[in-house]
Design a protein around this ligand. Structure first.
Ligand code: ADP
Ligand code: NA
Length: 331
């Protein structure tokens, strides 16, 4: 259809949530019809922070099941988990020898994730962006749909690709372009409108998981933090009301409407009226996905087969590219 190749990844580190769905997976489902897409469960990235092996094993299946349940079609795309394809780790090593310490020192996500005791963070967490560059470049992917949070890492991947090309005097790696989706680029925590909804948030009340049932979804939204004012009359008023902005943004994304339309519909109404409507909408979109996910995780044979076959297809693309890289480097 085109020469564009999309690569995107998701970590198998816990519950898939509404932010992953609206910010990533739902966009992948739309892209798969028009582009060649490679979707990767990035398990090598997950171990940059200690993982329980049994939990990791089941999270890999769960994340893959969530993607399939949400509509990522394994026949239309390549869907696999990263550790199956040696090219990722092999190319990451070469890129470790291209990227500079000073470039990595600028990465804000490392600073956030490593916290105060930086000396105790794993080396893997530090070079995580080099592995992400390898994920993309091992396929010579041209486009990478990313949330706001990954923009800096993608910039680094471009810098590394360019540095490789110039060090060896080749025009080998294309510079991957970010694809940022405007709606729901950042779904915020239900408990704190200034933090992003995340799998790693200790409070399960902060996020809506794709496996949550109707009652859980309604309860979490009922308890979601809001200010005491009624819903705003204009979109401009949302600027200093992060919780209201987040809930309206979620409503808009789930109903495929603009925030302005949602503001107009609920102008001046109370959250006590809005929240049950949002819950109803969320249940109608997420309910079927959660049920399908449960069905798929009960019978992991199918998911394992998808990952195995996806891994073979991914390897067939990436292995020859890494062979060429080795040749360029001089092995
Ligand atoms: P998490 O931050 O929950 O661990 P990942 O880092 O695995 O999630 O991200 C997987 C994908 O989901 C990425 O494309 C990321 O940009 C997107 N994503 C994660 N959290 C959110 C959020 N709160 N809002 C929008 N998109 C998100
Ligand atoms: Na496709």
């Amino acid at each position: 259809m085109s020469n564009n190749l999309i690569f995107s990844g998701i970590q198998p580190t816990g519950n898939l949530h509404l932010g992953n769905y609206l910010g990533a997976i739902r966009n992948w489902v739309k892209l798969q019809h028009d582009f060649d897409c490679i979707f990767c469960v990035v398990d090598l990235h997950a171990i940059t922070i200690p993982q329980d092996p049994a939990v990791l094993r089941s999270s890999i299946r769960e994340v893959a099941a969530g993607m399939i349940a949400a509509g990522v079609d394994p026949k239309k795309n390549i869907l696999f988990n990263q550790s199956r394809v040696p090219a990722h780790a092999e190319l990451a090593w070469v890129l470790n020898c291209i990227a500079r310490i000073g470039w990595l020192n600028r990465m804000t996500q490392f600073k956030d994730k490593a916290g105060k005791n930086r000396d105790n963070a794993t080396v893997g967490l530090y070079v995580y962006p080099n592995l992400m560059a390898a994920d993309i470049l091992a396929y010579k992917a041209t486009h990478v749909p990313v949330g706001d949070d990954q923009k800096q890492h993608l910039e680094l991947a471009r810098d590394i690709a360019q540095a490789f090309n110039s060090q060896f005097g080749v025009d080998f790696f294309p510079l991957p372009e970010p694809q940022i989706f405007k709606t729901a680029a950042r779904v915020m925590s239900l408990r704190d409108g200034t933090k992003k909804m995340s799998k790693s948030d200790a409070s399960d009340q902060s996020r809506i998981n794709l496996t949550d049932g109707p009652d859980e979804i309604a309860q979490k939204l009922k308890r979601a933090k809001t200010d005491p004012l009624p819903l705003p009359e204009t979109e401009a008023e949302l600027e200093d009301r992060p919780e209201a902005a987040n809930l309206i943004g979620i409503y808009a994304a789930l109903s495929d409407r603009s925030a302005a339309e949602v503001v107009a519909e609920f102008a001046g109404k109370g959250f006590a009226e809005f929240k049950p409507r949002l819950a109803e909408l969320a249940v109608s979109v997420l309910g079927p996905i959660g049920l399908e996910m449960q069905r798929l995780t009960k019978d992991p044979g199918y998911v394992d087969q998808v990952l195995r076959e996806g891994g073979e297809k991914a390897n067939a693309i990436a292995a020859p590219i890494v062979d060429q890289v080795h040749d360029i480097v001089g092995f």
